[in-house]
Design a protein. Structure first.
Length: 277
């Protein structure tokens, strides 16, 4: 029986079952989507996909029929090869949702049938544990019901935000798409600094990981802003204040982060619909 989250979804075609595609697939199963309603097109399926095939999931079928929604989760380098293969799966009312980085709505409209409803979405790495955040933008052909359908499927891997202006996805990519790497770098550098201060390397690494993971969870659960939480842990004249004085200088972490996000935003724009190698 369909759940409220999966009501109205007759068939889903997932194109590409790599890390993000597999995260989506596992999320759909968690929210109650019947594997029998899912078709996966993946030339090199992993063992998890094969296991789901034994529960009714269809893997690389020879027959083709229009789907309720097609989710494209392949690398952007193969977009030109994948696009034409989607056409037989598209019928009246089919929604195509792409999570390919750098592939614009206009670029997809060029290779899909005219007036195809298309959503472009940018999830991030924590989707793999159901804690991601996805930003999505629809083209003009997407109906309110199709947007709601996409929202339910994307919510299976975390929070979802919608925007009306696709150009904002470049900055989204720079903040949340690339953001996990910035956090991992912070953990790496914090551990390295701890070692430089005299801690054993293993202990410094454990302290850095636990501190960042716990602080992130606290930020997620708290209604307070990040700024307020920072103030709450900073005693005037204390150790935290001494460290923040360094980090918050004009040429400190704030300036570095602004430049880093600007560089990633520029690169995201450059990558948009670059020709495949």
């Amino acid at each position: 029986m369909p759940t409220a989250a999966t009501d109205g979804i007759k068939t889903v075609v997932l194109v590409g079952a790599g890390k993000m595609g597999s995260a989506l697939l596992q999320g759909w199963i968690r929210i109650g989507l019947d594997p029998g309603r899912i078709t996966v097109l993946e030339p090199h399926p992993g063992p998890e996909i094969a296991a789901l095939a034994s529960r009714g999931l269809t893997l690389n079928p020879t027959g083709v029929a229009p789907a309720t929604i097609i989710v494209v989760a392949v690398k952007p380098q193969v977009a030109a090869d994948v696009g034409p293969g989607l056409v037989p799966w598209i019928g009246p009312g089919t929604l195509v949702a792409s999570i390919m980085a750098g592939r614009t709505l206009r670029g997809m409209e060029r290779v899909l049938p005219r007036d195809t409803a298309i959503i472009r979405a940018m999830p991030n790495l924590p989707a793999a544990i159901g804690r991601g955040i996805t930003v999505a933008v629809p083209n003009a052909a997407v109906t309110a019901s199709q947007r709601a359908l996409a929202d339910r499927l994307l919510t299976a891997i975390g929070a979802v935000e919608w925007i009306a202006d696709e150009i904002l996805l470049d900055a989204v990519t720079a903040v949340s798409g690339s953001g996990p790497a910035y956090v991992f770098l912070l953990a790496e550098l914090l551990a390295r600094a701890g070692t430089a201060a005299g801690l054993p390397a293993g202990l410094a690494t454990r302290l850095a990981r636990a501190t960042i993971a716990g602080s992130g969870e606290m930020l997620d659960q708290s209604a307070l802003t990040a700024q307020t939480l920072r103030h709450n842990v900073t005693s005037p004249g204390g150790t935290t204040a001494a460290a923040l004085e360094v980090l918050m200088r004009d040429d400190g972490l704030g300036a570095l982060m602004t430049r880093a996000v600007a560089a990633a935003t520029r690169r995201a724009g450059e990558l948009a619909d670059e020709p495949s190698p």
